[in-house]
Design a protein around this ligand. Sequence first.
Ligand SMILES: NC(=O)c1ccc[n+]([C@@H]2O[C@H](COP(=O)([O-])OP(=O)(O)OC[C@H]3O[C@@H](n4cnc5c(N)ncnc54)[C@H](O)[C@@H]3O)[C@@H](O)[C@H]2O)c1
Length: 335
Amino acid sequence: MRVLVTGGAGYIGSVSVELLLQMGHDVTVLDDLSTGHRGAVSGRAHLEVGSYGSTDKVVALLEKSKIEAVLHCASKAIVGDSMKDPGAYYSENVGGGIALLEAMRTAKVRRIVFSSTAAVYGLPDNTPIPETDPLRPTNAYGETKRVLESAIGWYGQAYGMRGVILRYFNVAGATMEHGEQHTPESHLIPSLLEAAAEGRPVTLFGDDYPTPDGTCIRDYIHVEDLAWAHLRGLEATAPTDTRTGPQSGPCEPLICNLGNGRGFSNRQVVNAVEVVTRHSLGLKIGPRRAGDPPVLIAAPDKAHDKLAWKSRLGSLEEMIGSAWEWRQTHPSGYR
Ligand SMILES: NC(=O)c1ccc[n+]([C@@H]2O[C@H](COP(=O)([O-])OP(=O)(O)OC[C@H]3O[C@@H](n4cnc5c(N)ncnc54)[C@H](O)[C@@H]3O)[C@@H](O)[C@H]2O)c1
């Protein structure tokens, strides 16, 4: 398969590119390197530096590279920033996303796998969260993802776009080649590893939640498991695959949560980081962050059934251990 990966120089995109190449696919990466790294893109993939929001350029790229399917990982993805500057998030994630869909329509590329997020649910009605839970995002980031999900649905109805929408929960871990390098880092596990490496204390936001140890509980998924789900998702968009619609006519995207189906509390994560790194973290407890739900756990049954996908690297030790190893073997990151 000839695949365009937007955001393939980023954390999740680069691991997916690694797997796609390993499985013999032909990969073109489109990335503006705003948060990604040139060094994260394998020399075996073609890197085009630019934005997925430039319709004409994307049409030319899709046609020149004879792309069959798009894995759309690129986006702005920091919740706090989205609340300070929602315009930038709407403009990139929604405006840019529609520009990408239009480019695909023009170039007659009708297969897309979209990186969505558990943030589309907001405060869930059910735990674990099924895909049928109401979508009530509590931040602009989640809302922009919800809007693009719905646009993919309409493109399926009207233009036969075949889509798989994957709502990731918390992603962690690394492969030997690719890991997480964000500046600033907003995710818990890499922040804790950074703190352990630098001997800095860390602050947990709240320990008075209605959970067994008072800290928030989250569902973590290994980035390598996620890459497999992308591959399974891309396969499900094949024109003969009924999971994403009939061979011709209106199509309905397949929407799946991607998580382990179990949660770990922030305190459990801290303990696991201390065990893996053999550093003791000076822990401080700060106030709760507005809008943080106490528990977010995926019901991953649909991904199991429809994508024949299951997480294989689901323990905290595997996720934290691989991320720590990547840090140790890449002391300067991708530089
Ligand atoms: N990391 C997580 O825990 C998590 C959880 C849920 C959903 N997601 C989603 O997964 C996707 C990937 O996340 P990540 O953690 O790898 O982020 P990342 O920032 O590491 O990667 C995003 C990549 O997209 C590129 N990019 C951004 N805007 C672009 C544009 N307009 N044109 C071209 N390239 C652009 C960046 O340079 C970067 O390489 C995002 O869509 C995010 O919303 C991530």
